[in-house]
Design a protein around this ligand. Structure first.
Ligand SMILES: Nc1ncnc2c1ncn2[C@@H]1O[C@H](COP(=O)(O)OP(=O)(O)OP(=O)(O)O)[C@@H](O)[C@H]1O
Length: 684
């Protein structure tokens, strides 16, 4: 189902259809409620042609003052009296609590009334204040009520789950404890957090309780599977992950608590709470995202310690989340040998309170000394692989050259018209997205429907036209990807696009934005000098965005018109040298006429700021799956040799910003490949 995000941003999100059946969740069929039929919702898509400008915290404050609404300034929200409380609870007894129970997100203007659970966009709020339309409740959504099917399913599972200590066989209970690493977690802790065990699915069950602990809003199931020496955990949530907004542990938080520890997993929260006695909350989707919908629940804390996990990814996520929570109140536990994740720390007999005391403040002034950076540098050096970024599953040769996909970088991608740029970049981004990289697509040239169709085909690695019976199965899995699309089509202003990207980073923790292509932001300048200046400005804006938001931007740029039989080079990118200077990586999809066979292309990495390795490798296009990934059986044919001119050059002596790193001389390729430019012959 496509849903237009309320609040005026031209961003559409792919939401899974509801009513998933349990077989899909990997739960026993015995628990499947009736037939696994899917329900389709045929809602007309609201079209929003004119994007509304995002609201700023200053504008929100001005508006509230202008309308005589008192408010308190919080960490990430403004607190105001809720206009929705009286209507719902005329005889509300909670007094002071209800009086300032409206939380307005300072970045988006979205509001949540903690008492009535009414929520909506900034426009909804204004409409209700101004009494526009149909009275005060116009446009206000009561917190999304769970689907009836989901509620039944949740209740059924919950009823069948039992506390671990009530398992009839002590061996079974012991096995479960070992599998989940709970040997040192006491029954009392499990009882306090209401953790149960679902025997048929061999899963732990973590409840999502309504405020006040009165009802069940959802569940998370955690199963463990032993593969070789390792235990692999799998999480399943009801409702689906996109709306599973459970801060696990919330019912145990008292209004007077001013400090909390946030963890990436429920099990870590149990361990932390047990050994330190501190309030702990587990984020619903670990390091994947911190939905702004959760921020109001964290407003009461003056200090938040983030201890999300034991790898670099957790550390990166903690830094990003701290920005949302207000870094001044956040401290971060750095992953390290003596600082594993909380449950492991408990199991290793480490002192968790001591680890918490080592947490580093997230707030950095603009000028830092090496003393403040030395731990970060050590972190990168001792996690070289993770620091190199996320590796592509489908493009091993790209890993060998670029090492991985890193946050905060700008990749410029070019190739001749119609060579398959969109098709390639779609698979390149999809690969990362399937590994949990939250991705936002800006496809200005081809419609989102067509793009999604290409991606789905690549995802399924085959034509779905001929196997429509499999469509739902693939579409279901595709819907669960953290993938979002901007709704722009045709020319757009760079300001609007950047605002939308900013919004998406805040709301969906986007780590990768793909812009296809830059020419659609250049307006209608006729003069070539204007066009070049416009492009330089836009490239600069994307560069800044990538750095400021620790978000990777992949930017497709058309090449300048060149002879068809000439290979493209970095200098062939349209415009001045700015794009290649600003970019951390430059990728060129080469479509040489020498190539025999219609589908063959090769990919050239012509700039790589990370470690300077550049080179080319062939791509084979598969017309039915629309994929470029090299079939597993083919040999590595990577060559790390060339620069744009086909000459092997020395490493640069200067590492100035913007300098294009020269190529490494190493040749990893085996035999000279027919698609490989011959290094002995300059191409011009
Ligand atoms: N290697 C290939 N061989 C043959 N056909 C291809 C190849 N790659 C892509 N195609 C097909 O060519 C068409 C155009 O591909 P695509 O839109 O990805 O190109 P593009 O470079 O992005 O185009 P444009 O320059 O117009 O933006 C699509 O139908 C795609 O399936």
């Amino acid at each position: 189902m496509w849903v237009l995000l309320r609040g005026g941003y031209p961003l559409r999100i792919l939401l899974p259809l509801r009513g998933e059946w349990m077989g899909r969740r990997g739960l026993p069929r015995s628990l499947v409620p009736g037939s696994p039929r899917r329900r389709y919702r045929k809602e007309a898509l609201p079209a929003l042609e004119v994007p509304v400008l995002p609201v700023t915290a200053t504008e929100i404050r001005q508006y509230l003052r202008a309308h005589g609404i008192s408010f308190q300034d919080g960490h990430s929200c403004l607190r105001a009296p809720s206009p929705f409380v009286k209507a719902l609870q005329p005889k509300d007894q909670t007094g002071a609590t209800a009086s300032f129970s409206l939380f307005i997100d300072k970045t988006t203007g979205r509001f949540l009334c903690m008492t009535s659970l009414a929520e909506g966009s900034w426009e909804d709020f204004q409409a209700s204040v101004e009494g526009r339309g149909d009275g005060a409740r116009e446009g206000v959504l009561l917190g999304e009520a769970p689907e009836a099917e989901d509620s039944e399913e949740v209740q059924r599972i919950w009823d069948r789950a039992i506390p671990l200590w009530e398992l009839p066989e002590p061996e079974e209970a012991q096995l479960a404890r070992v599998m989940f690493g709970l040997t040192k977690v006491t029954d009392d802790t499990l009882r306090r957090f209401s953790v149960r065990y679902l025997r048929p699915a061999r899963s732990l069950v973590f409840p999502w309780l309504s405020p006040g602990g009165l009802g069940l809003r959802g569940l998370k199931l955690l199963s463990a599977e032993v593969q070789g020496d390792e235990v692999h955990y799998k999480e399943t949530t009801i409702p689906r992950p996109g709306v599973y907004h459970n801060l696990f542990g919330l019912p145990l938080i008292s209004r007077r608590d001013v400090e909390v520890v946030l963890t990436g997993r429920e099990l870590d929260s149990l361990a932390l709470n047990q050994s330190t006695g501190l309030p702990t909350l587990a984020l619903p989707r670990g390091t994947a995202c911190l939905p702004p919908a959760l921020l109001p629940y964290l407003e009461q804390f003056r200090r938040i310690v983030l201890w999300l996990g034991d790898d670099l990814r957790s550390w990166e996520a903690a830094k990003l989340f701290a920005r949302k929570l207000n870094p001044k109140r956040c401290s971060l536990v750095r992953p390290g040998d003596q600082q594993p994740r909380a449950l492991e720390a408990l199991n290793q007999g480490l002192n968790l309170s001591r680890i918490l005391r080592t947490a580093l403040p997230a707030w950095h002034k603009s000028i830092v000394s090496f003393r403040q950076l030395r731990e970060e540098v050590l972190g990168e050096l001792s996690n070289v692989e993770q620091a190199a970024g996320i590796r592509w599953n489908r493009f091993p040769d790209l890993n060998r050259l670029l090492k991985g996909h890193r946050k905060g970088e700008l990749t410029v991608f070019t190739g001749p018209t119609g060579s398959g740029k969109t098709t390639f970049i779609s698979e390149y981004a999809l690969d990362l997205c399937t590994q949990g990289v939250n991705t936002l697509w800006g496809s200005f040239e081809i419609s989102n429907v067509r793009l999604a169709r290409v991606m789905l085909t690549q995802f399924a690695v085959g034509r779905l036209e001929e196997q429509l019976d499999k469509y739902d199965e693939w579409a279901d899995r595709f819907e669960d990807l953290p993938l979002y699309f901007m709704t722009f089509h045709g020319q757009q202003s760079i300001r609007t696009v950047i605002d939308t990207m900013q919004h998406a980073v805040y709301v969906y923790d986007i780590c990768h934005v793909v812009i296809d292509n830059l020419q659609f932001m250049m307006g209608h300048e006729q003069l070539s000098t204007d066009r070049i200046a416009a492009q330089d400005y836009i490239v600069g804006a994307f560069r800044k965005f990538a750095t400021d938001n620790s978000c990777h931007v992949t930017l497709v740029i058309h090449p300048r018109k060149e002879d068809d039989d000439k290979e493209l080079q970095t200098a062939s990118i349209f415009g001045s040298a700015k794009a290649s200077q600003e970019a951390d990586n430059v990728l060129i999809l080469q479509d040489r006429k020498l190539v025999t066979g219609p589908g063959k292309r090769y990919l050239q990495v012509s700039k790589n700021r990370f470690d300077g390795d550049v080179g080319v490798f062939p791509l084979e296009f598969n017309k039915s799956s629309l994929t470029f990934s090299i079939p597993p059986k083919s040999k590595a044919r990577l060559k790390k040799v060339k620069d744009d001119n086909g000459l092997v050059t020395k490493k640069p002596s200067s590492g100035k910003k913007g300098a294009v790193p020269q190529n490494s001389k190493t040749c990893l390729g085996q035999a000279h490949h027919p698609y490989q430019p011959d290094p002995s012959k300059p191409s011009r």
